[in-house]
Design a protein around this ligand. Sequence first.
Ligand code: F0G
Length: 359
Amino acid sequence: MSTQKHYTGLIERYRDRLPVSASTRIISLNEGNTPMIQLQNIPRLIGKDVEIYVKFEGLNPTGSFKDRGMTMAVTKAVEEGSQAIICASTGNTSAAAAAYAARAGIKAFVLIPEGKIAQGKLAQTLMYGAEIIQINGNFDKGMSLVKEIADHAPVTIVNSINPFRLDGQKTAAFEIVDDLGFAPDYHCLPVGNAGNISAYWKGYTEYAVSRVCSTRPVMCGYQAAGAAPFVAGHMIDEPETIATAIRIGHPQSWDFAWAAQKESGGWFDKFTDEQILAAQKMLSQYEGIFCEPASATSLAGALQDIGSGKIPEGSKIVCTLTGNGLKDPDTAISQCAAAHPVTIEASLDAVKRAILDCL
Ligand code: F0G
């Protein structure tokens, strides 16, 4: 008989490192425990002796890393007696908030920038039954409205300014160390509102303090060129990028993220939409891993910095792939326009010809 325990989510797994008690009702969809996949073809292709692992967070229940923070934030909101949660979002937080609210039996309100969230994220949020409030402004505007409204209505904010969000998200760092047996040399990830880089640093630091790992990684935060306040060194008012998930100019975790960069000896950098999309396609076509555009920023950054030697050969690198490619089918399909399928006659001959033409 197997002694394996049924996996019931990251709060149960890391309960002793999270702010829950024995009587807390855990709101979970069995999030976390996502795969670390070692890239096999890309390192060979770039001719560098590096170990690159991707932490594929797109395989969480709602398809992004936001589920880690949301299981904690909604668990705590329910414990505190809250009947409703609210967030501003570029799409993934709204999907996660909506799902965990449905699971808990409470209401979710989400503010999203009209026309600037990917279709899959909108579909999810609608299906989970959240109250969607579209605004004709960007994420930053939505965020400032959410901060104000919480003083006027009985709703709990579940954006990453809610400290329980970062507590949930730090478990990704625990999983990486538990999986590898050590902390990587470099950790590369996309940065938008900057909650995730702050949460990873918190996780690695807690494990290092407890001597679960002896080192912490250098943190590399990568942004979209049109939405790169950390590279500019100041907030940006009109952020723009095809990677709508990280279309953010006024990140809320500004100080935490700078601390992660400074304490780890890391850096921020920025990448054009073309570079981001090229990395997304490369990962799909050479490794069979389909992430959303924002997520591929981590690989775009890692490849550039490996290429220049800033990340030296022999390094062990983890790139977080924050969300699933299925969330944004429009961007994927338009990227592959040249390979658009042609329709042929439904006959054996025609199919045979089509195959032989390609070989
Ligand atoms: N990648 C994806 C797929 C995201 O959805 C986000 C943020 C990030 C990266 C950046 O993470 O904000 O912690 O620096 N999405 C938020 C949202 C803002 O509303 O879904 P961050």
